[in-house]
Ligand binder design. Sequence first.
Ligand SMILES: [Zn+2]
Length: 436
Amino acid sequence: MRFKKFTSVAAAFLLAGAAHAQLTETEQRIVAAVKQRTPAALELLEKSVRINSGTLNPEGVRAVGDIFRAELDALGFKTRWIDMPPAMKRAGHLVATQEGGQGKRLLLLGHLDTVFEKGSSVPLWERQGERVRGQGVNDMKGGDVIMIEALRALRTVGALDQARLEIMFTGDEERSGQPLEIARADMVAMGKRADYALSFEGSNKHAGVDTASIARRSSGGWVLNVKGKPAHSMGVFSERSRYGAIYETARILNAFREQVIEPSLTFNPGLVFGGTDISYAEDKATASAFGKSNVIARDAQVLGDLRYLSPEQGERARQKMQAIVSAGNLPGTSATISFSENYPPMPPTEAGGKLVELYSKASQDAGLGRIDILDPSLRGAGDVQFVAPYTVGIDGLGAQGRGAHTDDEDLEIASIERGAVRAALLIYRLTRSPVN
Ligand SMILES: [Zn+2]
């Protein structure tokens, strides 16, 4: 009888412990605190998503910042708003800090803006069963909420009090203000102080396994300007009138596609316009063109991007593109191209790989499966790249969804809780142990 009782008690203990066999008692309380907030976390997300915060809508970006700032204030962080010079036409950034005395110093990154500008036809918030479609639900207000809920759970169980944390939500991640030396000065300073940077951009699934990023490609831009001779279209191709700006633009773009493509490198012409008179309004990302089908185009312009994994690859691509633009112009045309680099490349490092191992371990210990490293060609650029030269960073700790930046951007609601559990455990372990 006694023996029997003992086995049933042991079995019950094993069963109860099975789900969190690898979590300490405090860590189990952290997980419980995250789960307790699951419905409220979705409400917080909805509140922030129902405000349009396109990068070029500073009032909206600040309003979303106010919502998150109130949460961080309530959690005991010291918060402040960093304004950008008015000429930059950007909202600025939200910063929160805690000067504890223990463990690794962490920098946590989020952003308040989305690619959906005011007047976008995409609904702000549209619940679809276990998913939500809307502006910035996974890029990246879902990730912002995951970060805040992870911090809240840690605070709730008293596990945050000694942590050394700096938190930054930028207001211009999707279209950084210029010059970058000003737009990212505060972030770079924080990156220099931090032992680790954790960025909460959307988390991708690859081959059925959740992933995080330790490398991200640079994101830069190029502007192609092409000139031709305006004349009546009946003379096009002739000795006298020649080809015009639009045929030359087509030649150049096609040559880029035929001659410059290589692995991990992409370049995309996102906007092409040409005609007799053209102009471009940077603040509205809108081009206008006047022209007639019976007039040979005088001007054409193309705005494109360029993404690469190493500085050498970027240099190689720029040289090839430059050569195509300056040589072999169609008769009667000329062209120039200029390049800019928005995000420096973040090549993979061993230390980054180790950090993903810790993240993966935390996830597995909580029964949420392993985390793999994502192929950098499968994601765009992000803020973590600005601090990558100074600290060990990973990205992709955010929410899961489909179609970021498109009309169909959506979010798997359950990924909020999953992400917050993983992030809370990782932050807890990093701010406690001298892990290297
Ligand atoms: Zn983003």
